[in-house]
Design a protein. Structure first.
Length: 242
């Protein structure tokens, strides 16, 4: 079962995504970068509005790979009530030390590590994520407007990422300017999550969520089985996540 993750920027958009059948609500500010973080007050309001009806993931922002900064941002996101916290592996810094720093945090917080297909690190992120106790990994794109996920990675590489992630005991998500026409081919790879933002909006990814666009994505992703509020997803998510 592949879950439909909808990235939203506030409580109003969260309600729209829920009404349109999203499986996961992903809190993100699209105007603040690839994984822009929403303000804590906005996050808490959205979490209160969803009230346990769906799992919620939250990005920490485009934070440099500095261990203490990453850890502080993760703890702040978790304090807002997010079920899953998404961390991007950005260029520069010390990603391996960040993973080591987060190993203890992962005992209490479900972490999703986001890798960018247009800026892949020289690290085996799947191996490191599994070793530090992350819940999942996700492929996304960092430079929005420079192409979709499938423009930056061949299908064989995408399939390999999904296969290796799941073999390592991680849930695996795919995102990155995906549109409705990408869904069916990507479903064949059996990811745990497909994530969307731009395809759900009236204009650019920074514009308002459009209910008809959201429903059109929901229509091409077979729905998951209903589950009680706050129960874990049938498949662990990977945000945005998962």
């Amino acid at each position: 079962m592949t879950l439909f993750l909808a990235s939203v920027r506030d409580a109003v958009e969260a309600e729209t995504a829920l009404r349109c059948g999203a499986d996961i609500i992903d809190l993100k500010d699209p105007a603040s970068g690839a994984l822009g973080a929403v303000e804590p007050s906005i996050a808490r309001e959205a979490v209160a509005a969803i009230a346990g009806r769906l799992p919620i993931s939250m990005t920490i922002g485009d934070v440099p790979m500095v261990p203490d900064r990453i850890a502080d941002a993760v703890l702040a996101a978790a304090a807002c009530g997010a079920d899953y916290v998404k961390i991007g592996v950005f260029p520069g810094g010390d990603a391996e030390s960040c993973f080591e720093r987060l190993a203890a945090v992962s005992r209490d917080i479900k972490l999703v590590i986001v890798v960018f297909a247009d800026c892949l690190p020289a690290l085996d992120v799947i191996e490191l994520a599994a070793a530090m106790g992350a819940t999942g990994v996700m492929l996304d794109t960092m430079k929005k407007g420079s192409g979709t996920l499938t423009d930056h990675m061949q299908w064989e590489a995408l399939a390999g990422f999904v296969r290796r992630g799941r073999a390592a005991g991680l849930s695996v998500g795919l995102a990155g300017s995906l549109r409705a026409e990408h869904v069916r081919p990507l479903l064949a790879l059996k990811p745990d999550v497909l994530g969307f933002r731009g395809a759900l909006c009236r204009g650019s990814r920074s514009s308002e969520l459009d209910e008809m666009a959201c429903r059109s994505i929901r229509c091409v992703i077979p729905p998951s089985e209903p589950r009680p509020a706050r129960q874990e997803p049938m498949v662990p998510i990977g945000v945005p996540a998962l």
